[in-house]
Design a binder for this molecule. Structure first.
Ligand SMILES: CC(C)(COP(=O)(O)OP(=O)(O)OC[C@H]1O[C@@H](n2cnc3c(N)ncnc32)[C@H](O)[C@@H]1OP(=O)(O)O)[C@@H](O)C(=O)NCCC(=O)NCCS
Length: 195
């Protein structure tokens, strides 16, 4: 049974108590550039901050389709506060293996909106979407071991700290370690995690 054969159409938008998660549009460029261009946001993303052109290209790609059937397909959701215009961050759900129903989750938020639990709330809703609508069996996150804010989100979601990879990457500051967190569909269900 593959992710392709079992997943139901993604209901859009996804709403939570305080947030609306929706597909991106080209009109989101200013909001996305505002956080994707920051050094502090890119610090643990293993790539430099994005230029305005790179943000525009990535938005065009995101607007082109929401196919989530083949390895490498990614669903990228804009996170907005309910009743307030503007994008405060984004959630990414990447199909790592359609056959094994493995998906990687990631999050990037504008630091102006940090510390309110928005990233955690959006991540929880996206994890629910993965298990409920996309037939994901195992959801995992990979993060720089120094990225404590990101590790705290994984822990708040109840993800298991499965791996600590030692010096598996090299950046301008030297060698860095990686953490892998994960949770299974049955564990998510047992915990009764909801959006
Ligand atoms: C990772 C990232 C999204 C975390 O942002 P964040 O603001 O810490 O996360 P949240 O929005 O979930 O906020 C959590 C904080 O809000 C607090 N909070 C306040 N009100 C809250 C509420 N109503 N509900 C939940 N938490 C709340 C929590 O206690 C927590 O505080 P703590 O960090 O002191 O534990 C952000 O740092 C980021 O975008 N970094 C750059 C990109 C990046 O590295 N992405 C990850 C790649 S793996």
């Amino acid at each position: 049974m593959t992710a392709r054969s079992q997943h139901r159409p993604v209901p859009m938008p996804v709403t939570t108590e305080r947030l609306v998660l929706r597909l991106f549009t080209p009109d989101d460029l200013d909001d996305v550039y505002a956080y994707q261009s920051l050094d502090e946001v890119a610090r643990y993303l293993l790539r430099p901050p994005l230029t305005r052109d790179e943000c525009a290209r990535s938005l065009a790609q995101r607007a082109a389709g929401t196919e989530w059937t083949e390895d490498g397909d990614a669903l990228v959701l804009a996170v907005c506060r309910a009743g307030t215009p503007g994008v405060v961050g984004e959630l990414v759900l990447k199909l790592a293996s359609a056959r094994g129903r493995q998906a990687e989750i990631g999050w990037i938020f504008n630091p102006s909106y940090a510390g309110h639990g928005y990233a955690t709330e959006a991540a929880r809703a996206t994890a629910s979407l993965a298990f409920t609508h996309l037939n994901v069996h195992r959801l995992f996150a990979r993060l720089d071991a120094r990225n404590t804010a990101s590790a705290r989100i994984c822990e708040r979601l109840g993800m298991r700290h499965e791996a600590h990879l030692i010096e598996n990457d090299l950046d301008d500051e030297g060698w860095s370690d990686e953490y892998v967190y994960a949770t299974l569909a049955r564990e998510w269900k047992e915990r009764g995690s909801t959006t």
